[in-house]
Design a protein around this ligand. Structure first.
Ligand SMILES: Cc1cc2nc3c(=O)[nH]c(=O)nc-3n(C[C@H](O)[C@H](O)[C@H](O)COP(=O)(O)OP(=O)(O)OC[C@H]3O[C@@H](n4cnc5c(N)ncnc54)[C@H](O)[C@@H]3O)c2cc1C
Length: 418
């Protein structure tokens, strides 16, 4: 391996100044942007791909796992895009499937209505620090490197990219060995109404039995009776934040997709053809920041409650084997709070919050909090907290949680028992 390192310096033009810059437009990032914009802040949202929605669109996850409540921005999405699933109360569970294409369009439109300035094809590159704060983020754009200046930055990259660059300590995957949950390339098959000739491209696998499949099981959803089959059956042992492992995962997962489709066509879905393969292999788990509080397995199992709760969930512990085994560790939980401290980096950076799947949580706790609805909830709270911290002229770690709760309520978030 070459061991040369370079120091790299450039003059970079500022493209925009905002009150709050959100990096990453997944569930956490879109909700953070909306939460802050509704508090009257000028918000820029930077996304490295061409679409909002994160894994929900880019990786075609397209199922909302049940979290025990339908509240806040998540509730609005259901109401506006999937009205037939909207429960009467905030404390009910649903698990609807949706079209990733419709969510993509919906979120574009939503950002426009909320006055959020979205920049696509803008990949975060680095932070410019000034003492204990981030002054600007440097982004790779279609026009080259550009700076975006902000009073507050919210890292919603899922991989804690901004936080890591700013020097926030972090850990990756399982505590004992750093292994993460595997990656999965989601795809959709469509019923054509007539027999389809199964194809198996060169280099792919012939799966004979269920036990030969990458997960050792059939896992798919037959969407709403419209002849579409959403398939979550590939599995690749890889860390989605590791360049070399991602290279392997993207090619291996695609081979598995063709192989699984071939298997399904031979075992009950003889009239189905591949209709869509997600643009990228889905990433379940990478880096977790070290935050002021770390959510633990004991919190999840024991139903922990916190005075600074910003999100609640009862989604199960759900660990796809990090060891390349064909097993999934699924354990029901009754419900617990996620405190604000999980989004506040332990390192003294006054103006950075981290929302979404990269918050401070152990491997097991993360497996439960990682689903989309919870990430929307965390994002909304982070956007509000960042806005409040600007108004009060305090570091993000010094925000009055009462004010965050008040604004969450105004934005139609209901936290049980609060
Ligand atoms: C295969 C799979 C199946 C899943 N199944 C379900 C399910 O059934 N139901 C459910 O609710 N959840 C499911 N999940 C979990 C859920 O989809 C994710 O945990 C959730 O989307 C995380 O939200 P997030 O906003 O934290 O991050 P992400 O969704 O990962 O979004 C991060 C965003 O940041 C952007 N980004 C990353 N780096 C940069 C950068 N350097 N610069 C700019 N932008 C950047 C990305 O492009 C992306 O848009 C699944 C996940 C996977 C991978």
């Amino acid at each position: 391996m070459p061991s040369t390192t370079y120091s790299f310096e450039r003059e970079v033009k500022t493209h925009k100044q905002a009150d709050i810059v959100v990096v990453g437009g997944g569930p956490a990032g879109t909700a953070a942007a909306i939460g802050a914009a509704r508090r009257g802040k000028k918000v820029v949202l930077l996304e490295k791909s061409a679409q909002l929605g994160g894994m929900g669109t880019l990786a075609n996850v397209s199922v909302f796992m049940p979290v025990g409540n339908v509240t806040g921005i998540y509730r609005e999405i259901i109401k506006e895009m999937l009205a037939e699933y909207l429960p009467a109360g905030h404390d009910e569970s649903i698990a609807p499937q949706y079209s990733p294409f419709l969510l993509r369009q919906y979120l574009n439109d939503k950002m426009k209505k909320e006055g959020v300035d979205v920049f696509f094809h803008c990949e975060f590159v680095g932070t410019v620090r000034e003492g204990s704060r981030i002054r600007a983020v440097i982004v790779s754009t279609r026009e080259g490197l550009r700076a975006f200046e902000a009073e507050r930055v919210i890292d919603c990259t899922g991989d804690a990219r901004v936080a890591i660059d700013a020097g926030v300590p972090y850990r990756t995957g399982r505590e004992e060995d750093g292994l993460t949950q595997p990656m999965t390339l989601m795809f959709t098959m469509q019923d054509t109404g007539k027999p389809v000739k199964p194809i198996l491209p060169e280099g792919c696998y012939y799966y004979e039995n269920v036990s030969d499949l990458p997960q050792g099981r059939r896992l798919y959803w037959e969407r709403n009776g419209d002849g579409a089959l959403l398939v979550n059956m590939s599995r690749v042992k890889a860390n989605g934040a590791d360049m070399e492992q991602v290279n392997y995962a993207e090619t291996e997962a695609l081979k598995q997709v063709f192989s699984i489709a071939n298997y399904l066509q031979r075992t009950g879905f003889g009239t189905y053809a591949i209709a869509h393969i997600a643009p990228q292999t889905g990433v379940r788990e990478t880096n977790q920041i070290e935050g002021r509080y770390t959510l633990s397995e004991a919190d999840v199992v024991g139903g922990a409650r916190f005075p600074d709760a910003v999100a609640q969930t009862n989604y199960e512990i759900d660990i796809h084997s990090p060891d390349a085994q064909k097993t999934t560790d699924e354990r029901k939980v009754d419900g617990y709070d996620i405190p604000y401290g999980c989004m506040v980096p332990a390192a003294s950076i006054d103006n950075l919050l981290v929302a979404g799947r990269a918050i401070s949580a152990t491997h097991v706790a993360m497996s439960s909090m990682r689903v989309q609805a919870t990430c929307y909830a965390l994002g909304q709270a982070a956007g509000i907290a960042a806005a409040v911290s600007i108004e009060d002229g305090v570091p993000v770690g010094g925000v009055a949680i009462g004010k965050v709760h008040e604004e969450l309520k105004k934005q139609d978030v209901r936290l049980l028992g609060k």
